[in-house]
Design a protein around this ligand. Sequence first.
Ligand code: GLU
Length: 473
Amino acid sequence: MVVSRFAPSPTGYLHLGNARTAIFSYLFARHHGGKFILRVEDTDRERSTKEFERMLLEDLTWLGIEWDEFYRQSDRFDVYKHYAEKLIESGHAYPCFCSVEELEEERKRAEEKGIPYRYSGKCRVLTKEEMERLKKEGKPYAVRFRVPDGRVVVFEDIIKGHIAINVDDFGDFVIVRSDGTPTYNFVVVVDDALMGVTHVIRGEDHIPNTPKQILIYEALGFPVPKFAHLPVILGEDRSKLSKRHGAVSVRNYREEGVVAEALLNYLCLLGWSPPEEGREVFSKEELIALFKLEDVNSSPAVFNRDKLLWLSGLYIREVLSLDRLVDEFIPFLNEAGYRAEKEYVRRVLEKTRDSFETLKCGVERLKPFFAEELEYSEEALMVLENESSARVLWLFLQMAQDVELSGERVKAIAKEIQKRLGLKAKDVWHALRASLTGELEGVGVDILCDILPKERVLSRLTKALNLVGFQQG
Ligand code: GLU
């Protein structure tokens, strides 16, 4: 059975690049009817927090990623300890008593000579007796993995192809620090092996770690899984996508009101080439059916925020069911301080869902449907102060008294007013729009009148009229 996993460190918000890794790993497992594991890698006790872990799980769930098994490395220290001892027993690892100062000294010397630093191997040759003596003296020690001499580790990466790395330069690396905490390269192997992971899918920044891990697999007698390293995601300027490029976490986009399905869909397009060229919209089920690691490009993908927003708009407009859209929209509405009946929101969105790309922008744009009190923009106030505006509003109020104010009717009334007052269409519409929305741009006045209860239309017009101090006659 295929088993893949996502192994985030809870040291920050879920970055878009990591989210894409999670998605690809998840799609891969589902495509093969396999198992998908979520493993929180929190061995770095200083930088990991429970709060980041909680948000991580929340963001993954929001994206639609479900895991079959869950592990947390900090719950598994006993397991790692057991395997570290095993490696020492078999001679693949050894305790290293070198102090921080000694190691610093070594590093400095290498620097002076201008050669890349690697551990001297001083404790490699300690006899059993010396080891026991130092342990008895209570000298703290790390555990180092004994890197074989003259070895070139080779693996076939599913995405990157043939990779061969000479491990001579690595030096014997630490697998358990002197404070007893195990290191990433070691625990990742123990976990992946014990959890039965068949495919390790992760970012290409881990390629240099892979040979170390393969050596540990071999030393522990575990089968080596297949590796697939995903190329990085770049910003528009072709440097690695980072905070400098603005919003780069899933949470940022979630808070902006990008639709989850659209973000999932977009992230898949970053580096994966669908079999059907040119097609861009895929449901999660379709992605599961179509996704192949072999179709992931080996060169980096460039993140394009506009394209993501465009796709989000497309989902809002055409892909989501109206019910889903309403459910997604209401929390944003409430967040902005507005309350409305679900049925009312539904009627509004049915007519306006083609006019915004994120839920947050939607709330901003659709304010006139929900606000009790309008705020007027400066431009709107200027329009209202035109002498003709007062006359338009006054006449409109007269003509609107006894009729139902449908969008069509409003258009007819506007036309009539234009004729009677000898104005341009623009003057009439600007006056109406400024009074009803507080802006000169945005939602259509006819759509607004169709949905907003008539008494609110009239009270807005009256209020605007009062605002400019219209004197009848
Ligand atoms: N915790 C590592 C990371 O977040 C996981 C790497 C891996 O998948 O092996 O980069």
